[in-house]
Ligand binder design. Structure first.
Ligand code: SAM
Ligand code: SF4
Length: 334
């Protein structure tokens, strides 16, 4: 791999050093906010990056200044060669992380350790078993809870993601906070975002301000604001005396585009320079015919819009003519 001082800078001087790679569009859950009700058309295997292609493309990105890779999906751990991919990526000079629904985590503890993958985000939108089945259409609640405990026991750095949806799980905010009382967990509340096929409308959303007000109503002056890191997409807090912390990710009401350092690579080998962008750059096809993919990567970054893929205002992002053109979240890789 080439070692380089090259930086992937866009027209707004933002340096991109964090790549999120989707390993697959498949999933063992069916979360309503992510997977369209009718499912997504699965294509033949050749439409997706195989292991060798994925590793080679990841390597090229690292040569262009990427220093952190997060694996996502779909559910990254359902991919048959996930162990091998994680092991191989672990040998590269890059910080490795993963976002998973947690169901298969117990099969991967040793692989994570060997790859020096210490930071794991697990999605858990409810602490109630029946509601878990309603949200995900599957019955894996106990498995996810026990795997979170297993990760903690093995000293992984665990963040939990919950997409907050009005009248679904907004009444559990305090339960989530209580979950951090005696556990070294970072609970992150994510504002509900629009993607292809997820029937979004903001009346179902629960905003940063509402979340914080709900928490402050109970814990009053025990809510402590923590310092956010430079490229953090979240506002970080903790409750005085609690072991864990919490955060709010406000992509709708207060996006964090100014300091964005992220690029996405979909499972079918397309660059998305922004989660909300409809423009994609196909690097897999070019790679397969032996072209140099570096100029494509530079161009993709240069073309990045200043804010939310060009949806500058709340009116833009609320407009189905704009927000419904994107892929579904399951095929982007969150
Ligand atoms: N399957 C893995 C998981 O669930 O963690 C990784 C992929 S999932 C697409 C990545 C993250 O995107 C999850 O934390 C999920 O909650 C979040 N997500 C999916 N759809 C979303 C939406 N409409 N709004 C906000 N976050 C969403
Ligand atoms: Fe699967 Fe994750 Fe999407 Fe849920 S959020 S359907 S677990 S990819």
């Amino acid at each position: 791999m080439e070692s380089t001082n090259i930086k992937l800078k866009d027209n707004f001087d933002r340096v991109h050093d964090y790549l999120r790679i989707s390993l697959t569009e498949k999933c063992n859950l069916r979360c309503f906010y992510c997977m369209p009700e009718e499912g997504i058309p699965l294509r033949e295997n050749s439409a997706y990056m195989n292991k060798q292609e994925l590793l080679a493309i990841a390597n090229t990105f690292i040569g262009l200044g990427i220093n952190k890779i997060r694996l996502t999906g779909g559910e990254p751990l359902v991919r048959k060669d996930a162990h091998e991919i994680i092991t191989e990526l672990g040998k590269l000079p890059v910080e490795l992380a993963i976002t998973t629904n947690g169901i298969l985590v117990d099969n991967f503890i040793e692989t994570f350790k060997q790859a020096n993958l210490r930071s794991i985000n697990v999605s858990l939108d409810t602490l109630q078993k029946n509601k878990f089945s309603d949200i995900t259409k599957r019955n894996y609640f106990e498995k996810v809870i026990s795997n979170i405990d297993l990760l903690l026991k093995n000293n992984f750095h665990v963040k939990i993601n919950a997409v907050l949806v009005r009248d679904v799980n907004d009444n559990e905010i305090i339960d989530f906070i209580e979950y951090t009382r005696n556990k070294n967990i970072h609970y992150r509340f994510i504002e509900f975002m629009p993607f292809g096929g997820n029937k979004w409308d903001w009346s179902k959303g629960y905003s940063h301000d509402e979340i914080l007000r709900t928490i402050e109503n109970i814990y009053a002056n025990k809510v402590i604001k923590l310092k956010d890191k430079k490229n953090d997409t979240s506002k970080n807090y903790k409750i005085e005396g609690f072991e864990g912390t919490f955060a709010i990710i406000s992509s709708i009401t207060n996006p964090f585009c100014d300091t964005c350092n992220r690029i996405r690579l979909t499972a079918d080998g397309k660059i998305k320079n922004c989660l909300f962008s409809n423009n994609e750059t196909d690097i897999l096809t070019s790679y397969r015919i032996g072209q140099d993919i570096k100029p494509l990567i530079f161009d993709a970054i240069k073309n990045k819009k200043q804010k939310r893929g060009g949806m500058e205002t709340f009116e833009d992002i609320s407009n189905p003519d704009f927000n419904n053109k994107n892929r579904s979240m399951i095929s982007i890789g969150g």
